[in-house]
Ligand binder design. Structure first.
Ligand code: DLL
Length: 433
């Protein structure tokens, strides 16, 4: 299997760490010199770029948060004059103003290189026809994957999102072999095929590159089985670059983070302390090469673990586990931490449950309540009350055992939960209203 840039992706760790140290020093200096927010934050924390003597010293530098980006909206965090910025994107934030990010020519070049690495690791080659069903626009997903696929030499179909019927027609007629979208949209496509009685064999799809939202291993199995493809996870965020921060190889044992461009740390989200390798916590990322928008210790809010053992694929770059969710999506229900993906895993294991669900959290008489609405297929007999009750109580028991919280399960009709063309909305938290 091709490794896009073996010199970098298979670098020995001591050599990689030397490279990281040099790049980190210059990033800290550039950020400090050019961005007032960093100057102020370093000053308040009593650190200066020259205090970085070894990589471990990064832990003394302050975190950057979404709030910092909001306070400096729109261009306050840019480290170069706007005339050097050749592209602007923004985060898909649903509340308040989005976060604006910029790229210089060199940044776009790096981004393309890293997406090419990530797509090659997933098995995409010049022979592929890459169907991009992310929305083209301010969201980084479509443009990011687009240029990476072109650099590999694949034929790119810039389909954009929406209009499932047309997506399927184009896939059939143009013989798309690699599908790029969110995992939840991949399921929407699978549902559409099933509803229309179209066999996945009529498509030429062989691989799916899915990302931009959390998804469980069970969901991977379902997508793979229904679309007849291998499904590969990839991770990124606009603040740090967009897609191409990390991606799985075909061994599917964690997403390789491109450490020659980003330094990952795992912290305890409550105390901010750096945790040892292998511990679960919040991922913090520092960019090493970005010119327009350097990020120092950006708190991603994504919860994961890092594995430094070498991978069988030959890449030495650290692997991050599938994220369990975001620390700000983590629900605290009656004091118990619950991630939507934990419930997803359970639902996927129950025969009769469809992979479409929504969690409704509310507060009644000062008590948190959790309702799990899940679509069921025809094998569940709605007309037999007793069987239905047994089914519901079996799912509720599974959730209580695995998650430690009592949930009320409500079975809903097929197709009644809203489908998304981009990121799925899994949680409705009415407690904040
Ligand atoms: O979602 C970038 C992207 C586009 C990644 C396409 C992969 C593919 P944002 O809109 O800024 O950027 O959202 C970033 O999405 O902090 C995670 O919470 C979540 N996320 C992204 N990829 C994954 C993934 C893009 N593979 C936020 N698994 C991140 C879990 C993911 N969550």
């Amino acid at each position: 299997m091709t490794i896009w840039n073996p010199m970098r992706e298979c670098m020995a760790r001591p050599q990689l760490e030397r490279l990281q140290l040099t790049s980190l020093r210059s990033t800290l200096e550039r950020a400090y010199r050019s961005v007032t927010c960093y100057q102020n934050k370093f000053w308040e924390a009593g650190v200066a770029p020259e205090d970085l003597r070894e990589l471990g010293d990064l832990a003394h530098f302050p975190f950057t948060t979404k709030e910092d980006l909001r306070l400096n909206y729109p261009y306050g965090m840019f480290a170069v004059p706007l005339r050097e910025v050749v592209r602007i994107h923004s985060s898909s934030g649903t509340t308040g103003k989005p976060t604006v990010v910029g790229y210089t020519h060199n940044d776009l070049n790096t981004w393309t290189e890293l997406v090419s690495r990530m797509m090659s690791a997933a098995g995409v080659t010049a022979d592929d026809i890459v169907h991009i069903a992310f929305g083209y626009g301010l969201f980084t997903g479509a443009f990011g994957l687009h240029y990476g696929a072109e650099r590999i030499g694949a034929s790119v179909i810039p389909m954009s999102s929406g209009n499932t019927e047309k997506q399927v027609m184009i896939m059939q007629d143009y013989q798309s072999s690699a599908l790029v979208c969110t995992p939840s949209y991949a399921l929407t496509l699978a549902d559409y095929l099933q509803k229309k009685g179209i066999s996945a064999d009529t498509l030429k799809l062989r691989v799916g590159l899915f990302g931009a939202e959390p998804w469980s291993e069970e969901m991977r199995r379902e997508v793979e089985a229904r679309l007849g493809i291998i499904a590969i996870d990839n991770y990124g965020l606009s603040e740090v670059m967009g897609p191409g921060v990390a991606g799985e190889c075909q061994h599917k044992c964690g997403m390789h983070i491109f450490e020659d461009h980003f330094i990952p740390e795992i912290i305890n989200p409550e105390t901010g302390k750096v945790l040892p390798a292998g511990a679960a916590g919040e991922l913090v990322l520092t960019t090493l090469t970005k010119e327009a928008f350097p990020m120092i210790r950006y708190r991603t809010r994504d919860i994961t673990r890092l594995h430094y053992e070498p991978c069988v694929c030959g890449r030495t770059m650290v692997r991050m586990e599938k994220t369990m969710g975001r620390s700000d999506d983590m629900l605290i229900i009656k004091g118990v931490n619950v991630f939507p993906t934990q419930i997803e895993e359970i639902l996927f294991q129950v025969e009769g449950c469809e992979p479409h669900y929504q969690l409704i959290v509310d507060r009644k008489e000062h008590m948190d309540t959790l309702e799990v609405q899940v679509e069921v297929n025809e094998t569940i007999f709605f007309d037999e009350m007793k069987r239905q009750r047994e089914f519901v109580s079996m799912v509720e028991k599974h959730i209580a055992t695995a998650v430690g919280v009592r949930a009320k399960v409500k079975l809903v009709e097929p197709s009644s939960i809203p489908r998304s063309e981009g990121k799925a909305k899994r949680v409705i938290d009415r407690r904040r209203i």
